[in-house]
Design a protein around this ligand. Structure first.
Ligand SMILES: [Mg+2]
Length: 551
């Protein structure tokens, strides 16, 4: 799975959870007005803590924890496990629960047999007693099903239908889940937002009606889709919130980034009112699939949490990726391994250096030492045993999604992420924290983040670049990037280019100094990292009042 598909997979549950937690305070209450932004302030039906998600994401996690085992969701084995998880949640975890789901779970508890069959039978019986009972309680948890078979749309549709039918017997509920899960699958694979594309997965006689409902909602004012307890109006409200929200231009100088679409769409979803957390959870699953976890601002990532076991952003990202990988991890055991370590890098502790414009911000490697930071912003993959860092509270260890690559397209939202890292650094500093910014080797991502933070402090771009380089040079003329010499890209490049540019040779990692942590920013590394940093160095970026993420 490539880095952008991985980012988008990670965005599904995270986007859903953020929409849910943002919508919780306004469920069946006065929603925020046009000039107001929803806040994760808790309360609602739970009542919930600030940042806590509700039943929508709780039930989605019941599905996710089974899906992340890589099982086929249409099998009895998988459906029994999900049904058992729903029943257990209903007894021990449900902080609030929809009327239909409550009735179905109660009836299923009083019957015998495999859990999946009991739930399905109870759901069918409920639907036959209550015509037009297609509540939004299946749609609100279906986004994660879009990750279970990324290369198989028919299997995705079968899974969405089977999971929906565990609690919702009305065909409209399952049909809405088929459409939404397919839209998530398409968005994760392609970055496209398509809802009509899944129409052929529905029975032929049902397609025209759904086409009409979707076309009615596309680009429409979402506020007309209320009340939205019905699965059709919930889908319309969520789709209208996404499609009617303009995609911002990329203009870092003005704090404008295309992926702010995710934040804007969720705020619009909550402004619809009525079942705010559910509509925003539905919208968030798809917007997260489109824009990726890297579009979710740091203060949302830091705040979201909930049942079961007080899961946090790391768990949502991990469950999404493992599900998309079919129950496995990548070759480095990421994201579920205890420690993620590259064979390319020497993990000897290396002294961090102070940021040139803030003595309480440190720049370092994954093995940074000699600093007094009590908060961390990590820009590389870490294992479950590495977060939080020693002596750091879990809430003060922020993980950012930043891929170390010369190819800007490897990062879905590069400019936004750099501004968001700067915002996170500023936010933690405002709370009195001393912050370590680190990646693996501090060659590219860490200095880029250091410059982004300097830019946020108002330092002109060229001055910021020069100052970061001077911070390195104060520690000596040669570099020690920590990369094993045989695997050092600079050394390889230096050797190859030695004849043409003799300056490269003495800067190579063969000259190891234990006290220098920022690898040379001059010569090839400087060009690489300037290419990575690109346009984000050219403007005020996150200082702009238009940057929601920095507020
Ligand atoms: Mg809810």
């Amino acid at each position: 799975m490539d880095s952008t598909t991985s980012d988008r997979s990670a965005g599904v549950l995270l986007g859903q959870a953020c929409g849910d937690a943002l919508g919780v305070p306004y469920e069946f209450r006065t929603p925020p007005g046009d000039d107001e932004l929803a806040e994760m302030k808790g309360g609602g039906l739970g009542p919930y803590q600030p940042g806590e998600w509700s039943d929508d994401t709780q039930m989605a996690l019941c599905i996710a924890r089974v899906a992340a085992k890589g099982v086929d969701l249409t099998t009895d084995e998988a459906l029994d496990k999900i049904a058992d998880a729903f029943l257990d949640w209903g007894t021990h975890g449900a902080s609030d629960i929809g009327n239909q789901t409550r009735a179905v779970l109660r009836a299923a508890r009083q019957s015998e047999g495999p859990a999946g069959k009991r739930l399905r039978d109870a759901a069918r019986a409920y639907a036959s007693r209550n015509p037009q009972s297609a509540g939004n309680g299946a749609l609100m948890r279906t986004s994660v099903v879009g990750l279970t078979s990324l290369d198989d749309r028919d299997a995705t549709a079968r899974g969405a239908r089977a999971v929906a039918e565990l609690t919702h017997g009305d065909p409209l509920a399952a049909e809405s889940c088929v459409l939404w899960s397919e839209a998530v699958r398409v968005a994760v694979n392609s970055g496209e937002l398509e809802l009509l594309a899944g129409l052929d997965l529905l029975p032929e006689e049902r397609r025209d009606q759904w086409r009409g409902w979707i076309e009615q909602a596309t680009d429409a004012d979402p506020r007309q889709f209320t009340p939205n307890g019905f699965t059709v109006t919930a889908l319309q409200a969520a789709w209208a919130s996404i499609t009617s929200t303009p995609e911002p231009d990329l203009d870092p100088a003005e704090g404008s980034y295309p992926c702010l679409h995710l934040q804007h769409a969720l705020h619009n979803a909550i402004r619809v009112g009525d079942d705010t957390d559910t509509v925003a959870a539905i919208a968030g699953g798809l917007a997260g699939a489109r824009w990726g976890s890297s579009a979710v601002p740091w203060h949302w990532r830091r705040a979201v949490h909930g049942w079961p076991d007080d899961l946090t952003v790391r768990d949502l990202v991990s469950l999404g990726i493992v599900t998309a990988l079919g129950g496995t991890t990548d070759a480095q055991q990421w994201p579920t391994g205890d420690r993620i370590e590259s064979r390319d890098y020497d993990y000897t502790p290396r002294a961090a250096v102070r940021h040139p414009y803030d003595d309480s911000v440190w720049l370092g490697t994954v093995a940074a030492s000699g600093h007094d930071a009590d908060a961390v912003v990590s820009m590389c993959r870490l294992g479950v045993g590495q977060v939080p860092a020693t002596g750091v509270d879990i809430r003060d260890h922020v993980e950012a999604w930043l891929i170390d690559s010369d190819d800007r397209d490897k990062n879905l939202n590069l400019d936004f992420v750099l501004a968001d890292i700067a915002a996170a650094t500023a936010g933690l500093r405002a709370e009195g924290r001393r912050v370590l910014l680190h990646c693996v080797a501090a060659q590219q991502r860490t200095p880029s983040a250091g410059i982004a933070y300097a830019r946020r402090l108002g330092i002109p771009g060229h001055e910021a670049v020069a100052a970061i380089e001077q911070a390195r040079q104060r520690h000596g003329p040669t570099g020690d990037c920590g990369t094993r010499p045989s695997r050092c890209r600079q050394r390889t490049r230096s050797g190859r280019e030695l004849g043409r540019d003799p300056d490269l040779a003495p800067r190579c990692c063969t000259n190891v100094r234990a006290d220098l942590k920022l690898c040379p920013l001059a010569s090839p590394t400087h060009r690489r990292f300037t290419a990575l940093f690109g346009r984000a160095t050219s403007g005020a970026g996150a200082n702009s009042p238009n940057a929601i993420s920095s507020s």
